[in-house]
Design a protein around this ligand. Sequence first.
Ligand SMILES: C[S@@+](CC[C@H](N)C(=O)[O-])C[C@H]1O[C@@H](n2cnc3c(N)ncnc32)[C@H](O)[C@@H]1O
Length: 402
Amino acid sequence: MYENIIAETSVSKECVPNFWKAVDIYLFKTHVVNKKLFGVKTLSVLSLNRLEWSETRVNFDHKLLEEITAVPLAHFVDYTREILIKCVVQATEENPDAASVDHFSQYGNDGLIVLNRLIPKNIGVFKPLDVVCLIDYASFSVLLKCRQTEEENNLFPKMAFELKVVKDTLSIRYASAGSFDARSMRWLEEVLLGRMQKWMESAVPTNAIGIRTSSIRSLALVDNLEEYNSLFHELKQKYGLSMVSIWPECTDPQKFVFEDIAIAAYLLMLWRKERADTGEDKLQSFVDIGCGNGLLVYILASEGHRGYGIDLRKRKLWDLYPAATVDLRVQTIVPSSASLFPDIDWIIGNHSDELSPWIPVIAARSSYSCRFFLLPCCAYEFDGNGSATNTQHEAYLSHRGL
Ligand SMILES: C[S@@+](CC[C@H](N)C(=O)[O-])C[C@H]1O[C@@H](n2cnc3c(N)ncnc32)[C@H](O)[C@@H]1O
């Protein structure tokens, strides 16, 4: 029993069913309430149903949470199943990448068990943490416990706790049988309760016929969050700090340097996966059109990819790169058959302004195998006119008919 209330608040009645959507945000996007986290990787999801001949309802209590949290990670699914079978509950393994508490709530399941790995931003300081979540649909309850409570961290509450809705009251509770941590309690009361309430009460965007247009989970742009995070960390050490210290431009180095490192990490992962899929050993070549300060070109080239950057204007930073590694060219691209790249594997358009709509066209005309990476910031027509109102990503996609 989680009989002790840490904090509670009322929510409007019509928002109570949104509890599961709010739980989805907290479970799968925990980084939105803790800036020290980079993201969440879901390791296991088990949907739960009591066995047909069972008379009693599934009972998720502190003892069960403790038992499942203590299961060795390597045998999490098998051992958890064994524990649950004793409670006459059948557990079915689900795809962790597609799991949503809200989604499963609509399919008559009694409950769900989620094992999540919280990945810290600074992997030099913090270790990843694993969190077990027991979800009971009938009683609108979620029990959570971090497996590594002994470690000094402020990435997740150190004590087991429950998120629960009774009628129109949302509460956070703890069990007398469990441990108690004053700092965690304060955070649960002062931060998490308000966020959960806000998520429950904020409308979920729908289109004209009422279908949800936004997913709680964003597009999984990177397959392996941990690998991406460690590559990002590695590139930050390798290029970030030195670049910030010598930045000669009048723009904010913190913004530009770390954004370009994040994009470089993404491209390097994408290209690594492409090579693994095709069995090709040779590193991909690239051209960055509208390369600006050239930092992305510098990182990709330093990581061994043959490529160059083009911009109609030279930047001060260009002179600071080692000339032997970095090829940056002053040139104005005018979309035509004179601006094609038949020997290049990838064309990059990173915030490439007026050139953005042309990048897929240039890639298609360059060669049948030429791929492109486009990260537009504003919507532009083919004639170079910008759309004054379309600045959002979604507006951009609809503008381009995607
Ligand atoms: C918004 S900036 C982005 C710069 C860089 N990619 C970044 O993300 O920091 C757009 C860049 O595209 C360049 N550019 C715009 N039109 C171009 C063209 N026709 N040919 C070459 N460069 C162009 C501009 O000079 C500018 O540096």
